[in-house]
Design a protein around this ligand. Sequence first.
Ligand code: FMN
Length: 185
Amino acid sequence: MKIAILVGSTRPGRKGSAVGQWVYDAARQRDDADFELVEIDDYHLPLLDEPVDAGAAQRDYERESTRVWSRVVDGFDGFVWVTPEYNHGVPAAMKNAVDLLYPEWNQKVAGFVGYGFDGATRAIEQWRGILAAVVMYTVRPQVVLHNFGDWTDGEFTPGERRAGELKRVLDHVVKTTRAIRTLRE
Ligand SMILES: Cc1cc2nc3c(=O)[nH]c(=O)nc-3n(C[C@H](O)[C@H](O)[C@H](O)COP(=O)(O)O)c2cc1C
């Protein structure tokens, strides 16, 4: 069972990389799944540039960038969605990364680690609806990291409660992924 920790910010100097690394460091101690850190920014995804929408394309994409991204997402059974919140919504680059594909997301699981001034709770709520549209299942526990409180002088310094909250997210992602994966068999 392979689970990606998906860092959704593509902003130079992003906070997201430190958050993703923190999730990965905790996840890789576990022996109930394999975890990998994936930065969306590494794939330089253009704004949706496929002539046929992914729901209809049946993985027969025109752009090499989409084909590469398709293989990456196909390689995972579940995801930890590391998401910032921009203007009270989901980050556009991460939404674009979702929109480029469709079957690759189907019958897979996501758990959320959000961060922002209000913990990105608005973005997470939006994600729950968006991911349902690509037939993904989201778990209830979430980590909401606060710009004031979980960072000190620009350094990521997660509060004491956070490790336990993250464990709960990972527990739920792993057990739900195990169950949901049977739907794809
Ligand atoms: C365009 C933009 C809009 C933002 N809007 C919000 C917001 O609505 N809510 C929030 O909590 N933080 C907001 N922020 C602040 C982010 O929480 C903060 O910049 C954080 O570092 C973004 O994550 P990143 O560094 O991984 O890109 C915004 C930042 C940017 C760049």
